[in-house]
Design a protein around this ligand. Structure first.
Ligand code: MEV
Length: 434
């Protein structure tokens, strides 16, 4: 019989019932279905309330990046990611940065943009003026929607009006600038935009359509910079100053070429997103914001996208790296406030404000990018990846802890990173042939 996905009331079933249905649907064995089990410490009810139609969890590894020193304070940084080498690379880069004092980081106020789109405005330029003339009352009306946010120093702070040319004719777009304090800002901003919509319609004589936060958070930025000492960058075959120049050449490639820039910025997001995920924040918002910001940075120039980092050489020949990224993350509300693993990760990280979290994100992004460029500009990244893959094969093939290093070394030397080779090397070692 053909399987139907037209399942009504799936959301009304219990987690167990949904699982039973899935087992049947996909022919999952008992063992396969166990992959969905909730680990100890995770209350299924908590997750069942977070999203719809829950059947289980997907457990990502959480690794701790070490050596981070930011604004004179030490951090252990939880990173949730499926990709090998990322945590080790961030830690190594932080160690190099630490030798020169660590990262200096700062943030702007946590100001988000809410957008209200107005259609069919007869006189868009005059409507813009009318809305701006009522700025103070409009901001007050927005703030009346969230007295708590205002009490903590946040709330609507400013209002801008743009007239856009679109394929469907001119549109008036209002930007409400809201200081979200320690929240991501989504709820506060959307509520305020929806509340003000009728007034915008009245003042403009048009019809309001969308009322929604923008993920291009150009007013909620984090910046970090650090120095990577040239003498710490030398390899067996390349001097420190040569590595600095090679990294600058790698960076210049990203400045000049969108194909390289996409990968350069992806490496930054390896660091940023894994901390965003670990702290239960909205990683799609951060990803979208970062990549659109990279395009925004290119406005007015010949290119279409810019690296989110910059690199220069200081007077002493050391490499100076910096980064600027939008950081629409929160510590209150959302999964950060309810997911036990996110709560534990925030506690380990020890950040007290969303701005401090933003400073960590920028520092980790810079560290990650430096590590990638350093590896790419010297030995290439495959060696590190290969070693990790070889280690996995060695352990899975049954190597004892005292054998693992020798099995890995042999596989890497032979360029034979395979399960069957791991097995045969283990046999050879045990027969006394290693
Ligand atoms: C891999 O996840 C990330 C890198 O490709 C980043 C880069 O090329 O800069 C190594």
């Amino acid at each position: 019989m053909e399987r139907s996905s037209d399942v009504s009331g799936f959301y009304r079933r219990s987690i167990e019932e949904r699982r039973a249905f899935l087992r049947e649907w996909a022919g999952l064995t008992e063992a396969e279905a166990r992959a969905y089990e909730f680990p100890p410490g995770i209350d299924p009810g908590t997750l069942d309330r977070m999203i719809e139609n829950v059947v289980g969890v997907l457990a990502l590894p959480v690794g701790i990046a070490t050596h981070f020193r930011i604004n004179g304070r030490d951090y252990l940084v939880p990173m949730a990611i499926e990709e090998p080498s990322v945590v080790a690379a961030a830690s190594n880069a932080a160690k190099v940065a630490r030798a020169a004092g660590g990262f200096q980081a700062a943030t702007t106020a946590p100001v988000m943009i809410g957008q209200v789109q107005i259609l069919h405005v007869p006189d868009p330029a005059a409507a813009r003026e009318r809305i701006l003339a009522h700025k103070a009352e409009l901001i007050d009306a927005a703030n009346a929607k969230d007295p708590m946010l205002v009490k903590f120093g946040g709330g609507a702070k400013d209002l801008e009006v743009r007239v856009l040319d679109t394929p469907r004719g001119p549109m008036v777009v209002v930007h409400l600038l809201v200081d979200a304090r320690d929240a991501g800002g989504m709820n506060a901003v959307n509520t305020m935009c929806e509340a003000l919509a009728p007034e915008f319609a009245r003042l403009s004589g048009g019809r309001v359509l969308l009322r929604i936060i923008s993920n291009l958070a150009i007013h909620r930025l984090a910046r970090a910079r650090t120095t990577f000492r040239a003498d710490l960058l030398k390899t067996e075959t390349t001097s420190g100053p040569e590595v600095v120049d090679a990294i600058l050449d790698a960076y210049a490639f990203a400045v000049a070429d969108p194909f390289r820039c996409a990968t350069h910025n992806k490496g930054i997001m390896n660091g940023v997103s894994s901390v965003v995920v670990a702290t239960g924040n909205d990683f799609r918002a951060i990803e979208s914001g970062a990549h659109t910001y990279a395009a925004w940075l290119a406005r007015g120039s010949a290119g279409v996208v810019r690296p989110l980092t910059t690199y220069e050489k200081d007077r002493d020949g050391n490499l100076v790296g910096s980064i600027e990224i939008p950081v629409a993350v929160g510590l209150i509300g959302g999964a950060t406030a309810v997911h036990p693993a996110a709560k534990a990760n925030v506690k380990v990280l020890g950040v007290k404000t969303a701005r401090e979290l933003g400073e960590v994100l920028a520092s980790v992004g810079l560290a990650q990018n430096f590590a990638a460029l350093r590896a790419l500009a010297t030995e290439g990244i495959q060696r590190g990846h290969m070693e990790l893959a070889a280690r996995n094969f060695a352990v899975n093939a049954g190597a004892r802890p005292d054998e693992v290093d020798r099995v890995v070394a042999r596989m890497v030397a032979e360029h034979a990173i395979r399960f069957d080779r791991a097995q045969s090397i283990i046999d050879e070692l045990r027969r006394g042939g290693g």
